[in-house]
Structures are given as structure tokens and as C-alpha cells.
Design a protein around this ligand. Structure first.
Ligand code: EPU
Length: 366
């Protein structure tokens, strides 16, 4: 039985801790609740906003419509997948072997899902621990960290097309995964309600290749005298090696990123900018210290470093600002969405003036 409430504060439902009101609000715990919701007059009449954990949004105004919070729960191992049977192999599948298909409902806590998989020796997402959000958000912004991107593991996404009013399944290729992007964030933003995601994970074995080459991870391994060349094998021998890796990543994140349970933040506010190689060649002559990563024919810069070099690490307008630990993290201490946006615009202007580079928000404005 669904309970549609009126005039609900969304303060508990966004990590930026912005207080806006939703005209209507409904929390969905079972797929049958959705069927019931679709029959209501409010669903037919009002605009819809889908909300998972509000970890990547900035509410800029009251929501004059129906907010649908997705709290569907459940994790299930579906089957073993013979990789050769796939029409279009996903990137990590190219090395062959069989994978475990694991289905998680959209309302599962993301980090809790990673921990569950670690405990069951299902490998492939251990580096994505401690990213705030829910399973349903993971494919939307193709969450990524420490050398892993969730799109590489998604086999299909199921849900309801709110415009066409039909259930639909998107295969990996149809999801349109790109750096911090997918069809659900672009073309289908607000139009597709994800209910379940199916991931292809690996059964942990000595052959499993951990992704440990990220500089921060290497530093911790060195500090703990773990030989980078041997650690794959030795970690894989240890029953809880996935948990060990996740623990290292969690520690790194905690040392660099503010805790969204303690302060208003949505993680990285901007995507790392991708610029033309010719523009980069000119820029690097002027700023030889710039960090860069190849990105196809283009070059990806570090937004955090640009903001830092622009002197804005720890900047504050009194209500909102950037973290003194990591310049890419915008924090909201006492402010409203306007205070956050003031900081964001200031950063964009200063970085553009200094480096000629436009910073685009990764966070979605609503
Ligand atoms: N840097 C600075 N000053 C700063 C912050 C960073 O110079 O204030 C430098 C760092 O020293 C480092 C480089 O910038 O050399 C990159 O920083 P970091 O390793 O922290 O990674 P990032 O590119 O800033 C991305 C993701 C993070 C993810 C990390 C680790 C994006 C937009 N962000 O950050 O994701 O955790 O890599 O893989 O791609 C998130 O999306 O919310 C998020 C935290």
C-alpha cells in the first residue's frame, strides 16, 4: 500500500543538505508499489522526480511535482555467465572465463552492496567502496574511482520508462556509458526509473587481477611494505583480500574527502575537464605542473588541481566553499543552494580566467 505525502522536506534526502519542499513524495519499497502508483491521479497529473539517495544532486528550488524515492531492496546471484555467449562482450569480459551475474535492487546502499560482494568473494567492484549513493544511481553517473568504472561491470539495467509507460531493459551497449555519463543521465534524465541492475562479477581466484596501480593505492601498499609485484597473488590467496583492498580504498577516501554524514557535500562537484590535445600542448607550456591523463584523442585534466592552483582550495563565502582537503569537493556548511551556486560560479570564473578551461558540474541541478 503506497502512502503519497504532501509538502515534504527533502533535507534528509540529499547529501548537500539543502532544505527544499516536495509538493508530493512517495517512498517505494516494492515493485508492486510502483504498479499501484502508476494508477494514481497524482502520478498521471504531476511532473516526476526520481530520487535514490540524493548523493549527486543540488536542489535549487522546491519541487512542484511528485518525488519518487526508490527504496527497493534485495540482492540475488542470478547465474554463472558463459562469456562466449554474449553478443557484444563488455570490456572486462574480453579475457574470457565465466562470471557471476549478481542482481541488486536500485534502493540497496551502494557501499553495502560492495561489502556484500566482497564477503561472497565476488570481485570487480572492491575499489568502488564508500561512494555515497544507491545501486540505482551507480549506472546513472557511471560512478568510478581508483581505476574502476561501474559501467564496465553492468550487463543490463531494468526499470520503467515514465514517458512511454512501459517496463524496459537496457543491455550494456544501450546504456551509453562514458566518463561520468550514461543514457540515464543524458537523454533519459528523469524519464527512466531504474529498479534493478545486473552486474557481471568475477569469482575471486589467484588469477583475478586487482587494480592497484592508482598512485594513492601504490603509496599505501608501499607504506605497508606490500610488494606491488607479488600482492596480486598474495592478496588473492587470502580469504578476505577483497575486504583488505576495500579497506585501503576507504582509508584513502576518508583522508581526502569529507564525510557526507557530517557535512553537506556531493563528492566531486565538477567532472575532470577533457580538452583537445592541441589546447593541452599550449597549456602545458605555460603550466608545466599540470597533471594530465590521455583520454582517447584528447587529454583529461585534474579539476581538483586546477582549482587548487587557482588558490581556491579551502575557499569559503561564509556559507559554502571548497574542502581544505580536496579542492574538487564543494561543501555546504550553513547555506542554501544559492550559496553553493555562488561558490561554484566563482570557481568556474577564476579557473577559466587562469587556465582558459571550462569546468562542468558533475552534480545534477534540479
Ligand atoms: N589534486 C590537487 N589538489 C587538490 C585535489 C587534487 O592537486 O585539492 C591533485 C591530486 O594530487 C591528484 C590529482 O589532483 O594528483 C587527482 O586527484 P584525485 O586522485 O583525488 O582524483 P580526482 O581526479 O580529483 C577522481 C574522481 C573521484 C575519485 C578519484 C579517485 C572525478 C570527477 N572524480 O577524482 O570521484 O574518488 O578520482 O579515483 O572523476 C566523485 O565522483 O565524487 C569522486 C570522489
Amino acid at each position: 500500500m503506497i502512502d503519497i505525502q504532501s509538502d515534504v522536506s527533502l533535507l534528509p534526502y540529499n547529501t548537500f543538505q539543502v532544505d527544499v519542499q516536495a509538493k508530493y513524495f512517495v517512498d517505494i519499497h516494492q515493485e508492486e508499489d510502483l504498479e499501484e502508483l502508476f494508477e494514481t491521479g497524482i502520478f498521471a497529473k504531476e511532473k516526476h522526480l526520481i530520487l535514490w539517495w540524493g548523493a549527486n544532486v543540488l536542489f535549487t528550488q522546491d519541487i512542484n511535482g511528485l518525488v519518487i524515492k526508490v527504496s527497493l531492496k534485495g540482492i540475488e546471484c542470478l547465474s554463472w555467465l558463459d562469456v562466449s555467449s554474449l553478443k557484444s562482450p563488455l570490456p572486462p569480459f574480453q579475457k574470457g572465463g565465466s562470471k557471476v551475474l549478481v542482481q541488486a535492487m536500485a534502493g540497496e546502499d551502494w557501499s553495502g552492496f560492495v561489502e556484500y560482494c566482497n564477503r561472497k568473494w565476488r570481485a570487480g567492484i572492491e575499489n568502488l567502496i564508500a561512494i555515497p549513493g544507491q545501486v540505482g544511481t551507480a549506472p546513472v553517473s557511471n560512478i568510478g574511482a581508483y581505476g574502476m568504472e561501474i559501467g564496465e561491470r553492468v550487463v543490463w539495467v531494468e526499470g520503467y520508462d515514465l514517458e512511454k509507460k512501459e517496463w524496459k531493459k537496457f543491455d550494456h551497449e544501450e546504456c551509453g556509458f562514458a566518463y561520468r555519463d550514461s543514457i540515464f543521465k543524458s537523454e533519459l534524465r528523469g524519464k527512466f526509473l531504474i529498479t534493478r541492475v545486473v552486474f557481471a562479477l568475477e569469482q575471486l581466484s589467484e588469477e583475478y587481477l586487482f587494480k592497484l596501480d592508482y598512485p594513492d593505492v601504490q603509496r599505501v601498499l608501499e607504506e605497508r611494505s606490500i610488494n606491488i609485484l607479488d600482492c596480486r597473488a598474495s592478496l588473492a590467496m587470502t580469504p578476505n583480500s577483497l575486504e583488505q583492498v576495500s579497506e585501503i580504498i576507504s582509508e584513502i577516501r576518508a583522508s581526502k574527502l569529507p564525510d557526507p554524514n557530517k557535512i553537506g557535500t556531493a563528492g566531486s562537484f565538477f567532472a575532470n575537464p577533457i580538452i583537445k590535445k592541441s589546447d593541452f600542448d599550449l597549456l602545458i607550456q605555460k603550466f608545466p605542473e599540470l597533471i594530465s591523463y590521455p583520454h582517447g584523442d584528447e587529454v583529461k585534466l585534474s579539476a581538483g588541481q586546477l582549482i587548487d592552483l587557482a588558490g581556491l582550495k579551502g575557499y569559503s563565502n561564509g556559507k559554502a566553499g571548497t574542502s581544505s582537503k580536496h579542492a574538487l569537493i564543494v561543501i555546504n556548511e550553513w547555506g542554501s543552494a544559492e550559496d553553493v551556486l555562488e561558490v561554484v560560479e566563482h570557481i568556474q570564473i577564476v579557473v577559466k580566467e587562469k587556465f582558459g578551461v571550462a569546468l562542468k558540474p558533475e552534480v545534477v541541478y534540479i
